[in-house]
Design a protein around this ligand. Sequence first.
Ligand SMILES: Nc1ncnc2c1ncn2[C@@H]1O[C@H](COP(=O)(O)OP(=O)(O)O)[C@@H](O)[C@H]1O
Ligand SMILES: [Mg+2]
Length: 420
Amino acid sequence: MPLSDFLDSLKDNPYFGAGFGLVGIGTALAVARKGAQVGMIFFRRHYMITLEVPSRDKSYHWLLSWITKHARHTQHLSVETSYQAHESGRVHTQFDFHPSPGNHIIWYGRKWIRVERTREKQMVDLHTGTPWESVTFTALGRDRQTFFNILQEARELALKQEEGRTVMYTAMGAEWRPFGFPRRRRPLSSVVLETGVAERIVDDVKDFIGNPKWYTDRGIPYRRGYLLYGPPGCGKSSFITALAGDLGYSICLLSLSDRTLSDDRLNHLLSVAPQQSIVLLEDVDAAFVSRELLPTENPLAYQGMGRLTFSGLLNSLDGVASSEARIVFMTTNFIDRLDSALIRPGRVDLKQYIGFCTHWQLSQMFHRFYPDQPTSDAERFAERALAAHAEISAAQVQGHFLLHKTDPAASIENVVQMRG
Ligand SMILES: Nc1ncnc2c1ncn2[C@@H]1O[C@H](COP(=O)(O)OP(=O)(O)O)[C@@H](O)[C@H]1O
Ligand SMILES: [Mg+2]
């Protein structure tokens, strides 16, 4: 029975002297309540310790995973689905469970810890456009060490999850957010490029990373730009991903045709990209068409539809100044559509054509896919493939092999039917 009902019932009680005592009880209750409030505030201030972590903090995502791991009995989860459509048409979705907004109680380090995840419905982070969120940890006592331990543990947990994996970041407003679960590293050798091509790029990048002093001694900004160009499906994106994995770097993926990208935002994003990461600008031709072609052929791009301007892009690329090695990779299917100002040295220091499969690549790919087959089969496959098709992309070959997963003979036999 609620207290007010109880008091009302007292009023009606004939045995209870009219009016008498009621005032007294009411006052006593009010005082008690006030006392309890003050006591609680005092208690909170002196015997409880809280830690608030806003969603913008780097450790926020680590802590969410940590909470999910520790609040194992919680039944209130929210889902974060990441969705990615690959060029090859493959769609990748991933469900990521997180503790839902609300309270969770966790037993940790012989203490009960209350974890409250709050999401402000009205408040939106102006930078990112996402709801403002935070998690607050509350524990009894005055010992901060528990919180340090939690943060430490959360970080280690996150790093362990990332070990041997490549973290992909995408731009959300003014910051970089990890996208989906870190992916297992793809070995460099799994991307079969023409002889010497992979080595050329890998050697250049490693040389760059290994020589910061050369740049600082000469007062040259410590950055390097790469452009991979050539027909689609030949391994540009795959190679960059594999390269990042090989270096232990993450990838910051940025789409220049993103309509919300402005000069300022690009500039900012490039300057705050996480350490040890490759900034990847895919299909740069899609955002900007060579200025000579404008405005008749492509009136939309580079005309203020997106607020990113061509000169803004150039400035951002030039302005990337950081003490960390800054590596920018660009890809395009159409190098001749690019403005020469974008790919001149200093912005793009190394250009590499990644083309259709050569005989060597075809036999290598066959050999990797069917390791038990004799070399002569791989040779025969390559020969027949090139005789039947003038231009073969590696993606096509991969699709063809998957069709004949367990039957290398049929794979050779049916090579004429290989489709793009
Ligand atoms: N050289 C290659 N070696 C092995 N696989 C490749 C190669 N090139 C492309 N692929 C496969 O084809 C698909 C598309 O490749 P992708 O790297 O996206 O091509 P691009 O970026 O050049 O358009 C991927 O699944 C990739 O595994
Ligand atoms: Mg690509």
